[in-house]
Write a protein that binds this ligand. Structure first.
Ligand code: ADE
Ligand code: ZN
Length: 383
């Protein structure tokens, strides 16, 4: 990092308010596809409090130590966990994030909790004109606390069906393996998930990337591709060996590489990687707000612009809104407008990129492209 530091939490709050105060009628109106959001990253303090109250379970935040007795106390405890460059360095920040994130899973006990969590996502993003989403979930984090697949997937399935019926939001789920666990555990979970494959479109890899290269999971990803799943993996911003991890994702794993890359922003530093990603026409799921925690405006904007300018299918997404100043896909789009000075026409490119990069049926994709055309006509009077 240069002289400039990443923004502290209070400055990120201020930035969120500033971005929302800017004119965003066009960006709001755009039909959106979200391809990178972790359902467990949408467990807000309110939801956590609601579930623990409803289930009569105690609520404790490890870093805080004592039991939490009110929503206010919970909000305060979660606020203290927000990364701040004046307090934590990059590695600590990542570690602290994962600790807080996995602790949050404990509040989910019943099918109703899983349903409510997913509906909360769908309702929130329907208001931002999200029309289609591919949503990550981390089954190993749930089975580790004894959760049954039927409870978890039953809740997700009912919410998915209701969102499609009542909110005009279509979706599919992406099962992520935790890369800090073993490839054997990934394979066990892969097999256990097969009865639910009608709502699972793809397989991903997330969690702590340190010393866990993509090729470690080659066997399960190769099998998943043979079985017809789409494939993606996280390449977190500025992680150790970021370039090598991106190279393995783009050209090695499962025979010739994956179908998309999550984050992968460091590809912008390497022309060879960008060529590879472009040749394979891989979508990239960029989540700018999450990079703000450990990088600067000066570094970030040019990287995202470079990826778009070379013709890579960049898409804009939210990652973990409950841990990122309550910033959802709309806020992330407003942030990239500020960072990269993107025009409305460039937002049309981003919106169409997400449709092309998603794994919906051709009919669903065509419907979304037509809707984007209509918004273009409405605002620009042309095709
Ligand atoms: N799981 C949830 N959010 C994540 C992120 N940003 N990187 C890796 N794993 C994650
Ligand atoms: Zn992610």
């Amino acid at each position: 990092m240069g002289i400039e530091e990443a923004l502290p939490a209070s400055a990120r709050d201020k930035l969120r308010a500033e971005l929302l105060a800017e004119d965003h009628i066009f960006i709001q109106a755009l039909p959106k596809v979200e391809l990178h959001v972790h359902i467990e990253g949408t467990i807000t303090a309110e939801l956590r409090w609601k579930f623990t109250q409803r289930n009569g379970t105690p609520l404790r935040i490890a870093a805080n130590g004592s039991e939490i007795h009110s929503l206010k106390e919970l909000e305060h405890a979660m606020d203290l966990l927000r990364p701040d460059p004046s307090r934590v360095n990059n590695d600590e920040e990542r570690f602290q994030f994962f600790e807080a994130y996995y602790e949050g899973f404990a509040c989910l006990k019943t099918k109703q909790d899983y349903f409510d969590l997913a509906m909360h996502y769908y309702e929130n993003t329907a208001r931002m004109n999200v029309r289609y989403a591919e949503i990550f979930f981390d089954p190993q984090g749930h089975t580790a606390k004894g959760m049954s697949w039927d409870v978890m997937m039953g809740g997700f399935r009912e919410a998915k069906e209701r969102a499609e019926r009542e909110l005009n939001v279509k979706s599919a789920w992406i099962m992520c393996f935790l890369r800090d666990l073993s490839p054997e555990s990934a394979m066990e979970h892969y097999e256990a998930a097969l009865p639910y494959r009608d709502i699972i479109v793809g397989i991903g890899l997330d969690s702590n990337e340190e010393d866990r290269p993509p090729v470690l999971f080659d066997e399960v990803f190769t099998r998943a591709r043979k079985d017809g799943f789409k494939l993606t993996m996280h390449c977190d911003a500025d992680s150790k060996n970021a370039h090598e991890h991106i190279r393995q994702c783009a050209s090695v794993v499962a025979g010739h590489g994956l179908d998309r890359i999550d984050h992968g922003i460091n590809a912008a530093e390497d022309q060879g990687l960008m060529n590879l990603i472009k040749e394979r026409d891989l979508g990239m799921t960029i989540c700018p707000w999450s990079y703000l925690r450990h990088t600067t405006f000066e570094e970030l904007g040019p990287k995202i612009r470079t990826l778009l300018d070379v013709g890579i299918k960049v898409t804009i997404n939210s990652d973990d809104p409950a841990y990122m100043e309550d910033c959802w896909v709309l806020h992330n789009m407003l942030l990239v407008r500020r960072l990269c000075n993107f025009s409305d026409r460039e937002f049309l490119v981003l919106a169409r990129n997400a449709v092309h990069a998603c794994w919906a049926s051709d009919a669903v994709k065509e419907g979304m492209l037509r809707e984007i055309d209509l918004v273009q006509q409405h605002f620009m009077g042309e095709q």
